[in-house]
Every structure is written in structure tokens, then in C-alpha cells.
Design a protein around this ligand. Structure first.
Ligand SMILES: Cc1cc2nc3c(=O)[nH]c(=O)nc-3n(C[C@H](O)[C@H](O)[C@H](O)COP(=O)(O)OP(=O)(O)OC[C@H]3O[C@@H](n4cnc5c(N)ncnc54)[C@H](O)[C@@H]3O)c2cc1C
Length: 381
């Protein structure tokens, strides 16, 4: 009997780590990784497009992950036919091809929420937008102003890191242009009571303290709605004066999943059982941001995060290389409680909970850990 083919649909953190885990196990399967792009994109470093001209290290060609028993096919998946075990993909505009599989793993992730153009400001949704933000901010620094006020609407990890990294970069660029440091204000708007609410309150306070040290103010319990005429308006009708607004409002499951006829949650995530099997289909699995996986011990749905995508990828590789008929008893569990946040050059915050105890570091050591985890997530590429 020939080798069985595992097709991995999507080469984000879940997809590449799944391929890597299979390669480590030394499975005898033929692995085909398919993605619409020719490269893995280090999404978590999107802010780099704002703070640096050199963004070459954000893209890793898929060839780097496909050396051992894995092949890469570039194409945008347009249909999934689980009954025939076939996927269809657009090879180039208007050219549709199909690919057969024995096992299909969907890892098509998420996209960043955009805003309506009428809401004003710029949403940090992709690299092109990051570059636009960079250019517009530089233009503002170049035009003489009494004060430069920047609002960042959305206080998740992306908002926190963007505020810290952009703040440090603006300070540096401003100094070069003789802009007085005290004439720059960066305000992060968060709709909850505290930052990183998944961590203990003392970690939120520590994080706020570090942001403050970098000149970033946090406003809590405000939902930004629109940015018009130098004002950011909130849902409670109050407003904040600002010269520029960057939206960092979160992630949503990839919209293409809605066209595949698979069982989805209202949010658009694929429903899977604790072994990442898509309900009612044979040999069809899904992992990463695109799935609704529930940890039965806590009745808690998996968050959209890198560590969660990687831990699911590694667990699924074990599941699929175990006994073909009987699934091993390693159902979905939450990834460890861990937060790694970059706070600009020379600073960061890392928190982990283990054995019921909290461990936290900040400063240079945390920045190093943060860089290490970024590299690890992209398999040191
Ligand atoms: C700016 C930003 C900062 C973040 N910071 C952190 C952080 O600090 N810590 C953390 O844990 N998480 C962070 N996240 C979340 C983290 O990036 C995601 O949880 C992670 O990317 C999920 O990995 P994934 O492989 O499931 O999906 P994705 O990374 O979204 O990858 C999906 C892949 O599928 C491909 N694809 C999609 N549709 C198709 C199609 N139709 N055909 C072919 N290919 C397709 C895409 O090209 C992509 O390569 C951040 C996210 C963003 C956007």
C-alpha cells in the first residue's frame, strides 16, 4: 500500500508547527502543505511594519519548512469536499485545481478585524497598512506641531505591543527632528477594567506601570466608535482629542471558512471534538485560530493565540501518528498559562502560572524571552 497523504491547509503557526511535529515523529506519511502565499508570515510582529523599514525577516519561504518528506503547493483553497476527500484551490487567477487527501488538516487561521471607512483612522490589519501608518506618522513628525497625540483603540496584546513599539520609535524619530519628547502623547484605549485580564490583577498593574514609564497612558472601560475631526468618540458619548488613530480591534476566524459547508459556530469557527475532528466527517481535522476547541475540564473554548495553535498542532501530530483505529487519550487541553509581551527595545513582560504559582519577569530578560518565543513559534526561521 502507498504512503498516505496528509494535506495541511494553511501555513500559519498551526500549519508549520504541525508539519514540523510530523517531521520530528518521522512519520511515513506524504505531507503536502498548501497556502495562498509563498511564505509563512510572522503575524505577531506586524508592528515591525510601523517601526522599521527592514521587514525582510517577517516572511519565511515555505520551502524552509518542507525539506523533509513535505511538499509545498501554493494556492488559495476554494472548496472542501470531505465525501470525496478532495480540496479545490485556485492556483492562479481563474485556474482551479484539485488535490486528493487521506487526511485533511484545516489550519486557515484568522484575519484581523477591520473598521468601516466611515469610522476614520487606520486599522492595523496587514503589512501594507502598517507601512501606511509609518509614512503618515513620519509626515506628522515632519510638519511642525505643538503636540502630537496618538490614540490606539484596542488594548489587547496587539494594541499594547503596538503602543509600546511605536512609542519608542516615535520618540527616537522625533528626537532626530528636534521634536520635544513632552510634546508627544500616546493613549491606549481598552474596553475592559484592566489589561491582560487572563493574568492576575498584579500583572495588569505591573504592565500598566511599564507602559507609563514609556509615556503611554491607558484609558479603561471605553469603547471607541469613530475618529472624526481630531476626536476619538466613545460609546458613552465622551471623546478624546487626538491627531491620529490606529485601530487594533482583534481577530476573527478566516471568512473563507464560511464557504466550505462545514459545521461552524456563530462566530465562524469550525466545530471540532476534543481530538480536533470536524464533527461528522472522517479524516477531517482543524486546528489553530479557525477552530472552536473546548477544554472539557474547564468547559472553556480555546483562545486565538500562537501558543494555543502550536500546542494543538503538536497534539494533533501525536493523535494522527498513533493507532489508526483507536484514538490515543490525549484530548484537547488548554495551552499553559503564559504571556509574553514585547514593550519596545530593551523591555518586555513575561508571566507564567505553574503549580498554582505566578512567575513574572520584566525588562531586558523578558524582552529576550519574548524574542526567543517569537523565533520558536516560527521554528527558529
Ligand atoms: C498583530 C498580531 C499580534 C499577535 N500577537 C500575539 C501574541 O503576542 N501572542 C500570541 O499568542 N498570539 C498573538 N497573535 C495571535 C496569533 O498570531 C494567532 O493566534 C496565530 O497566528 C494563529 O495561527 P494559525 O496558524 O491558526 O493562523 P494564521 O496565523 O492566521 O495562519 C493561517 C494561514 O492560512 C492561510 N490561509 C488562509 N486562508 C487560506 C486559503 N483560503 N487558502 C490557502 N491558505 C489560506 C494564510 O495565508 C495563513 O498562512 C497575534 C495576532 C496578530 C494579528
Amino acid at each position: 500500500m502507498g504512503k498516505k497523504t496528509i494535506v495541511v491547509a494553511g501555513g500559519g503557526y498551526a500549519g508549520i508547527n504541525f508539519v514540523h511535529a510530523l517531521q520530528k515523529i518521522n512519520t511515513n506519511h506524504r505531507i503536502i502543505l498548501i497556502d495562498k502565499n509563498a511564505f509563512h508570515f510572522k503575524k505577531v510582529k506586524l508592528f515591525k511594519g510601523i517601526v522599521s523599514e527592514d521587514i525582510s525577516d517577517l516572511h519565511v519561504p515555505f520551502a524552509a519548512y518542507c525539506k523533509k518528506n513535505a511538499e509545498f503547493v501554493q494556492g488559495r483553497i476554494t472548496a472542501v469536499h470531505p465525501e470525496e476527500k478532495i480540496i479545490e484551490f485556485e492556483k492562479k487567477e481563474g485556474v482551479i485545481r484539485s488535490l486528493s487527501y487521506d487526511t485533511l488538516v484545516l489550519a486557515m487561521g484568522s484575519v484581523i478585524e477591520d473598521i468601516n471607512p466611515e469610522q476614520g483612522g487606520v486599522a492595523l490589519t496587514n503589512l501594507e497598512r502598517a507601512i501606511v501608518i509609518r509614512q503618515e506618522l513620519l509626515e506628522m513628525l515632519d510638519s511642525p506641531k505643538k503636540m502630537l497625540r496618538i490614540a490606539i483603540a484596542g488594548g489587547g496584546i496587539t494594541g499594547i505591543e503596538t503602543a509600546a513599539e511605536a512609542g519608542a520609535w516615535l520618540k527616537h524619530e522625533g528626537e532626530k527632528r528636534g521634536f520635544e519628547p513632552g510634546k508627544m502623547e500616546i493613549v491606549l484605549i481598552h474596553k475592559k477594567e484592566r489589561l491582560v485580564s487572563e493574568a492576575p490583577a498584579k500583572i495588569s498593574e505591573r504592565l500598566e506601570g511599564r507602559l507609563k514609564k514609556h509615556g503611554i497612558k491607558v484609558i479603561y472601560q471605553k469603547t471607541a466608535e469613530r475618529f472624526i475631526d481630531h476626536s476619538l468618540y466613545f460609546s458613552d458619548q465622551s471623546h478624546l482629542e487626538a491627531d491620529y488613530c490606529i485601530w487594533t480591534v482583534g481577530l476573527k476566524p478566516h471568512p473563507c471558512l464560511r464557504g466550505f459547508g462545514l459545521p461552524l459556530t456563530d462566530e465562524g469557527k469550525v466545530r471540532v471534538d476534543p481530538w480536533y475532528r470536524v464533527a461528522d466527517y472522517e479524516a477531517l481535522y482543524a486546528i489553530g485560530d479557525c477552530v472552536h476547541a473546548v477544554d472539557a475540564r474547564k468547559n472553556h473554548a480555546a483562545p486565538m493565540s500562537c501558543k494555543e495553535a502550536i500546542s494543538q498542532a503538536q497534539r494533533l501530530a501525536k493523535i494522527l501518528t498513533g493507532d489508526d483505529d483507536v484514538l490515543p487519550s490525549v484530548p484537547h487541553q488548554h495551552s499553559p498559562e503564559l504571556l509574553c509581551i514585547g514593550l519596545g527595545p530593551g523591555d518586555g513582560l513575561v508571566w507564567a502560572r505553574k503549580w498554582g504559582m505566578d512567575f513574572a519577569v520584566s525588562g531586558k530578560v523578558a524582552e529576550k524571552i519574548r524574542e526567543y518565543t517569537w523565533d520558536l513559534a516560527s521554528i527558529n526561521q
